[in-house]
Design a protein around this ligand. Structure first.
Ligand code: UDP
Length: 247
C-alpha cells in the first residue's frame, strides 16, 4: 500500500559518494580552507539530500598536507602520510560545520579513531546514518599510509553500496588534454574503466578506478563550479563524463 505521502520518486543514484579534493576547498587561496567555498559545496550537498539522495563524502587533504611532499623532504613516508590523513580530518570538520549551519545533520566517521571529535568508522553505523538522512563524511582516508583519498572514496563507495561515485573537479568532465592550457581539448561524454587505465587518464588513481570497476560503481566526473551541478548530475541531466564498463 502506498504511504500517506504517496510513492516516493526513485532517484537514479539513490545513494552516492562525493569525492572532493582538499584543493577544492582552497577557493582562491594558496593554502588551507576557504569558508565561503566550503559553504558553497555544502549547499550543493544539502540540495541533493533534500531531493531524497543519501549522501556520503570523502574530502582529500592536499590543501593542507600531502604525504609525498613530506617524504620528498626526507620524512619517513608512513609518518608523512599520517599527517596527510590528519589533514583530511580538519577538512571533514570544516565541511560538517558548514552542512550543519545549513541545517543538515552530519556525522564525521574517521578511519583513525579519535573519539573526542568524531565517530570511529563503523560500516553499519555509516549506512544507518545515511538511511536517517544524515550526511556522512569519511575522514582519515583508508587509515593506511601509502594510499590516497581517491582510493578511500572508491573503497567506501563499495562498502556503502553506493550507486555512483562522484568526482567533483575544476572542469565538467574528463578531457583529451588539460582544457585550461589546450584550447583544442575536448570532453569525453563516456569512458570505460579500461580506457582510463590503459590511457592513464588523470581522473583518479589506478587503484580507485580498479576498485570501482570490480564493484561496478559508475564514476561521474563533473564541475564543482556550476550552481546546482551536483543535483543535475545526480538526476542524469548535468554535464559530466560517465566512466563505467561500457556496452
Ligand atoms: N593519505 C593516506 N592514506 C589514505 C588517504 C590519504 O596516507 O588512505 C594521506 C596521503 O599522504 C595523502 C594525504 O593523506 O597525500 C592527503 O590525501 P590526498 O592526497 O588523497 O588528498 P587530495 O589530493 O584529494 O586533496
Amino acid at each position: 500500500m502506498p504511504s500517506a505521502e504517496g510513492p516516493q520518486p526513485t532517484p537514479r543514484y539513490k545513494r552516492a559518494l562525493l569525492k572532493v579534493s582538499g584543493e577544492a576547498l582552497m577557493g582562491d587561496r594558496a593554502f588551507g580552507i576557504d569558508t565561503g567555498t566550503v559553504e558553497r559545496i555544502a549547499r550543493e550537498v544539502v540540495q541533493v539530500v533534500g531531493a531524497g539522495h543519501q549522501m556520503c563524502l570523502v574530502i582529500g587533504g592536499g590543501n593542507i598536507y600531502r604525504g609525498l611532499e613530506g617524504s620528498a623532504r626526507g620524512m619517513e613516508r608512513a609518518s608523512a602520510d599520517y599527517m596527510g590523513m590528519l589533514a583530511t580530518v580538519m577538512n571533514a570538520l570544516a565541511m560538517q560545520n558548514a552542512l550543519e549551519r545549513l541545517g543538515t545533520p552530519t556525522r564525521v566517521l574517521s578511519a583513525i579513531p579519535m573519539t573526542s571529535i568524531c565517530e570511529p568508522y563503523v560500516r553499519r553505523r555509516a549506512i544507518r546514518h545515511m538511511e536517517k538522512g544524515r550526511v556522512v563524511i569519511f575522514a582519515a582516508g583508508t587509515g593506511n599510509p601509502f594510499f590516497t583519498t581517491d582510493t578511500a572514496a572508491a573503497l567506501r563507495a563499495a562498502e556503502m553500496g553506493c550507486n555512483a561515485l562522484l568526482k567533483g573537479t575544476q572542469v565538467d568532465g574528463v578531457y583529451t588534454a588539460d582544457p585550461k592550457h589546450d584550447p583544442k581539448a575536448t570532453r569525453y561524454e563516456r569512458l570505460t574503466y579500461r580506457d582510463v587505465l590503459n590511457q592513464d587518464l588523470k581522473v583518479m588513481d589506478a587503484s580507485a578506478i580498479s576498485l570501482a570497476r570490480e564493484n561496478q560503481i559508475p564514476i561521474l566526473v563533473f564541475s564543482l563550479h556550476v550552481d546546482g551541478g551536483l543535483a543535475q548530475v545526480l538526476s542524469g541531466t548535468g554535464r559530466c563524463t560517465i566512466i563505467d564498463e561500457g556496452e
